[in-house]
Design a protein around this ligand. Sequence first.
Ligand SMILES: O=C(N[C@H]1CCCN(c2cc(-c3ccncc3)n[nH]2)C1)c1cc2ccccc2[nH]1
Length: 248
Amino acid sequence: MRFDALTLFPDMFDVVSEAGVTGRAHKQGIWQMRTWNPRDYTTDVHRTVDDRPYGGGPGMVMLADPLNDALDQALADRGDSPEVILLSPTGRRFDQAVAQELAQGPGAVLVCGRYEGIDQRFIDARVTQELSLGDFVLSGGEIASLAIIDSVIRLLPGVLNDADSARQDSFHADNSGLLDSPHYTRPEVYRDQAVPDVLMSGHHGRIQAWRREQSLRLTALRRPELIEQARQRGELSKADERFLASLA
Ligand SMILES: O=C(N[C@H]1CCCN(c2cc(-c3ccncc3)n[nH]2)C1)c1cc2ccccc2[nH]1
């Protein structure tokens, strides 16, 4: 699994390659990260990567040529033909299913725009898909790229050393895309608030049932559409349906 990022701010990617579970997995060689700065592929003395937009309008647009040369270098260095993904608010909405899809493949080249955007001729010629984290505008594609890399790397074998924490994650297949149940840790009573008795019972069957009911209740309350999606996938048991009916 290898991610390459075309970015004017390569240091931003130290967050995933050096820190946390993704940093540990990177150090273990489970995945690779390389950044390619279009500024290193400029030919003028000012190392220009942007210019004014044809047709007028505010701001600047990223030049196609430095991006093309940086992409050529990245692809030559990889030696494969990965997805070339532009991070943009108008892209396909990224979700856990897309993360699972990317985790099955070789990784991708992530194109991080800045300024007002990228010359359309680069996008038309080189970008294979656009991905969006949601309907909001960032200052660049880097932060969206970091979120995507993090969510994909977590899914790789050996990254989360506690297999349960992977299974218990929200949106994971075993949890059928429901929101996570509440978590508690020491102390047993904190500011007069006690941990739910069932979690102290040591009865794993009751604890699992309680957690499932909490996930169902929270999901029905905050993301009811996820309940229907789980129902359509046939992932709600008769006990789940009885509990949901009791909430109505
Ligand atoms: O590609 C765009 N912008 C470039 C340059 C400016 C900063 N960029 C960016 C990417 C994102 C982004 C990426 C993924 N998910 C949400 C937002 N926000 N802002 C990348 C872009 C910005 C934009 C705004 C409205 C409609 C379409 C748009 N495309």
